[in-house]
Design a protein around this ligand. Sequence first.
Ligand code: 5GP
Length: 192
Amino acid sequence: MKLLEDMILERGKVLPGHVLKVDSFLNHQIDVKLLRAMADELYSVFANDGVTKILTVEASGIAIATMVADRFNVPMVFAKKHKTSNVVGDVYSVPVHSYTHNRDYTIIVSKSYLNSNDVVLLIDDFLANGCALRGLIKLVEDAGAKVAGAGIAIEKGFQEGGKSLRADGYKIASMAIVESMSDTSLTFRKND
Ligand code: 5GP
C-alpha cells in the first residue's frame, strides 16, 4: 500500500537489531486515516472468508484491529500479555517470544470470547519471525475456531515469519513488505 510505504520512508527510523520504529504514525501517535485505508484494504482481501471475529495482541495491534473490526462489523478481541506463565482463570494461554524485548511472555484470552464457531482474522502491526502470529493461531486452535488468515501492517520480508506461515497455508496480507533496511536505505517487496 503506497500510503503506508511513503510514511515508512518519510517517518520510519531504523534502530539497531533490525527494529523499525514507526511511533509517529502507527505505534504511539496514530494516523487514523492510514488505519482506515488499511482496514478497507484488508476488508477487500478477506470479505468473502466469513470472518466473525478480529483477534490481536496488546498493545500495538489494538488500534489497527479496532478499525478492521469496525469495517467487518464484528467484535475485536485482544489477547492480554502476562509476564509469567502462572495464569489462573478460564482462559486460553500460550507462551510467546517477544522479538523487540527478547524475552518470553504468556498471552491469554478468556474462553468467553473465542468460540468453536468463530472464523478469526488475526491482526498485528508487525510480522517478523512469526512468534506473535503463531501464538495467536494456537489460541484460536485451542478454542476449536478457524483461522481466516492474518492482516499485517508491516512485514519484515527479510525475516522468516511470513514465508513459513504462507508455506503452512495461512493467508497473509501485509500492507507493506520491507525487503531490506539499514540506516541509509529501505526497500519494499512488490506485493503479489
Ligand atoms: P514476531 O513475533 O513476528 O517475531 O514479531 C512481531 C511482533 O514483534 C509484533 O507484535 C511487534 O510488536 C514486534 N515487532 C517485531 N519487529 C518489529 C519492528 O521492527 N518494529 C516494531 N515497532 N515492532 C516490531
